[in-house]
Design a binder for this molecule. Sequence first.
Ligand SMILES: C[S@@+](CC[C@H](N)C(=O)[O-])C[C@H]1O[C@@H](n2cnc3c(N)ncnc32)[C@H](O)[C@@H]1O
Length: 236
Amino acid sequence: MAKKGFSEEQIAKRFNLFKEKYQQLYPEDLWEYIEENFWLYVFQTCAPDVLMQVYTEMGLVHENGDFYAAHISKIKERFNIGCNIIDIGSGIIPSFANKLAYEQLKINKGTITIYEPLLVDAKAKYPNMTIHKEDFTQKTDITKFDLVTGIMPCEATETIIEQACRYQKDFYIAMCGCVHLAMPSYYGSYISPEYYQNYIIDKTKRLIKEFNNGELEIDYLDSNFAIDYPILSNRR
Ligand SMILES: C[S@@+](CC[C@H](N)C(=O)[O-])C[C@H]1O[C@@H](n2cnc3c(N)ncnc32)[C@H](O)[C@@H]1O
């Protein structure tokens, strides 16, 4: 597997440039992780999110497709992206939001606001972006947004879905493979990712009905990405 049109030497050069710009912004232990694992995943279609963000910001596109671009295509099939979007859990580098902002600029329509407490750089990459280096909570005002997105937003997943349904917002949430259950009765016992995903799906079905927010659609990325976690969106 190769990155589209890049030799190892070119990738190494780009990584050095990335290092010069970003290394000092990362927490030391996280930068160590990136250095240690950079070559391990660079030829895979999917990698831990912090590495996918690095590859994306370096402009490396895998010959079998780009993870964030694949999500943007799916969003475009369902929704008009020329609207006011809120993206939650955008990542240490908000690669997905950056790409989506760029797509909006191409059509000269739409804004994207992000909530992510761990951003390494709180400056917006594009003029149509607004950055909140903070947690999204039930108190975050989402009334002015049209579409709520989250790509593997981990522990924010349940709150995002609750708020999107409560305020009748369109949503596109790609789940991750983690388990984030705060149910006391399950404390101490093993909960599989599938159990957690089904719990979120059942809850979304219930909320979408309760708040009259359309129909739930469940989708997956193509198998070449080797990430078979559900993508939840509504269809109105
Ligand atoms: C698995 S990462 C995904 C990052 C990014 N969406 C991507 O795909 O590259 C999950 C992110 O959600 C963020 N997060 C978790 N809870 C959050 C909350 N309540 N509000 C905002 N971000 C949150 C974490 O800081 C982390 O960066």
